[in-house]
Design a protein. Structure first.
Length: 152
């Protein structure tokens, strides 16, 4: 059996991301970083940037009808946080800080996070788990991980 590849376990939701390193098949998870998205905890009214924007026609004249908002402020904050995590993972991937990764997040956020990953980083993701474990202990998180041999 070969050397155990250095593995990152990213446990996240729209408000928090915890990044662990897993160095040995029978080893413990060691927490590297704990990131928070403070905007995710604000009420929607505090996230909103005021009234919806007004439509502008080709001549630069402001129209009278408000533009509809495609994303709620909370969804936008969540998407930005997913993008930040993906950037951090890309930099770590480029620096060869990990060889493979496991992503653990609730379904909606997991989809956002996976959608933000670049191709190289996405190829290193060997497993995804739909679960909210951001408040779990490292031992509890590890109990949810697939067997190391299954991460090929």
């Amino acid at each position: 059996m070969g050397k155990f590849p250095l593995t990152w376990v990213v446990v996240a939701d729209s408000a928090r991301a915890r990044i662990f390193v897993w160095r040995q098949a029978n080893g413990e998870l060691n927490e590297l970083q704990d990131l928070t998205n403070s905007e995710a905890r604000l009420p929607n009214r505090e996230l909103a940037s005021g009234e919806p924007g007004r439509a502008v026609d080709a001549g630069g004249h402001h129209g009278g009808h408000p533009m509809t908002q495609a994303q709620s402020p909370r969804e936008k904050a969540s998407q930005n946080f997913a993008r930040d995590i993906a950037k951090l993972m890309k930099h770590a991937c480029d620096a060869h800080d990990f060889e493979r990764a496991v992503l653990i997040a609730p379904a909606g956020f997991l989809g956002s996070l996976k959608g933000c990953l670049d191709k190289t980083t996405a190829k290193r993701v060997k497993a995804t788990l739909t679960n909210d474990l951001t408040k779990a202990t490292p031992a509890d998180i590890q109990a949810h991980l697939p067997e190391p041999w299954a991460l090929r």
